[in-house]
Design a protein around this ligand. Structure first.
Ligand SMILES: NC(=O)c1ccc[n+]([C@@H]2O[C@H](COP(=O)([O-])OP(=O)(O)OC[C@H]3O[C@@H](n4cnc5c(N)ncnc54)[C@H](O)[C@@H]3O)[C@@H](O)[C@H]2O)c1
Length: 319
């Protein structure tokens, strides 16, 4: 029998991971919970062997569940994750880990105290470009790093396909909260902690709505500057780029999956890579961790580091 997975929150992202857990040869989906019973109905017929619940406590009480995946909106991560951890269950939590710095700290402390496997769904480290990017940085192929830049440009936010009630709201939505954590995790993973964050956000008049722009400055430990730039409502297709400027070349991670290298001799070379499913890669690592083997997971400690920078970008206190 494969690893028995319980899913809490079957929205857009929960559904994405549901298919990956069903596809992976070593995991089985045993139970799914969503507070919206109507949403569950559309899956019940197709998945007759899965238990469906509208109360997540039923998943926590189910002794056969080996791993709980929490994919509810950000402001519910903390409460539900703490209960999963208290039930002694390994946990995969959606990003951003929490909805405040303090919540993230509490979640990481609880997970470590309980001794459960704890991971966050940051797929980029399992993508085919990631090891190449890492190798290039480690081998010094772009020379001394002078500056990092993150560009997040959206034709509209929420994007046309995002229909949930929270993603446009200041309380737990916005592209800074939704998109930047992926890149903050990449920066911290590849280049170390981020400090000295100064951020300027632009908001619409309606105080309930999320930011429409960000211009921020931060630094790596050695003072290397990081510029963070984001805007919604611009007349171009969505463009996401994380750029690392070195004195011998520039590496860019563009629209999540494309790695581009530029030097004086070779302008704009797209690095060819094999196609690889990063979510299946994440599940491979979770399976290893649950078997007690060494695994490459982004854990809740990293979640705290990312949350620290995220909250600073959002202008929130991190005390
Ligand atoms: N890792 C990634 O690449 C990635 C991408 C997008 C979003 N996310 C994150 O995934 C999470 C979910 O995002 P989404 O777009 O799927 O949101 P969504 O609103 O589409 O889905 C959330 C689901 O959770 C359910 N829910 C809410 N409260 C619940 C509760 N107490 N018990 C059970 N179910 C409950 C809702 O009914 C809804 O179906 C968010 O934290 C978001 O930031 C991650």
């Amino acid at each position: 029998m494969g690893i028995q997975v319980g899913i809490i929150g079957l929205g857009a992202v929960g559904e994405r991971l549901l298919h990956k857990f069903l596809e992976h040869p070593e995991t089985e989906v045993a139970a799914i919970c969503d507070a919206n019973g109507e949403r569950l109905k559309t899956f019940q017929e197709k998945l007759p062997d899965v238990q469906f619940y509208t109360d997540y406590k039923s998943i926590l009480a189910d002794a056969k569940i080996d791993l709980v995946y929490v994919a509810v909106p950000p402001k519910f991560h903390h409460q539900i994750a703490l209960e999963v951890i208290r039930a002694g269950k390994p946990i995969l939590c959606e990003k951003p880990l929490a909805n405040s710095y303090q919540e993230a700290v509490e979640m990481a402390e609880a997970a470590k105290k309980a001794g459960v496997v704890h991971a966050i769904n940051f797929p980029t480290p399992y993508s085919s470009v990631y090891p190449i990017l890492k190798d290039k940085l480690e081998s010094g192929s772009i020379g001394q790093i002078k500056r990092l830049e993150l560009h997040m440009y959206f034709q509209e936010w929420p994007r046309e396909w995002q229909h949930n009630p929270w993603i446009a709201k200041r309380e737990q939505g916005g592209f800074v909260r939704e998109v930047s954590p992926h890149f903050l995790q990449v920066i911290i993973d590849l280049l170390g902690p981020v400090q000295n964050v100064y951020s300027q956000l632009t908001f619409p008049e309606d105080p309930t709505l999320c930011e429409t722009g960000i211009i921020a400055h931060a630094e790596l430990q050695d003072g290397t500057p990081i510029l963070i730039n984001g805007l919604s409502g611009v007349g171009q297709k969505e463009h996401l780029a994380f750029k690392i400027y070195g004195d011998k070349g520039v590496l860019s991670l563009v629209n999540w999956s494309q790695l581009v290298e530029e030097t004086l001799e070779t302008p704009n070379t797209i690095i060819p890579t094999e196609r690889k499913d990063s979510l299946l890669g994440l599940i491979d690592e979770l399976v290893k961790a649950l078997k007690g083997e060494p695994a490459r997971l982004v854990n809740f400690d990293r979640g705290i580091e990312v949350q620290y920078v995220l909250e600073k970008l959002l202008g929130h206190s991190v005390e």
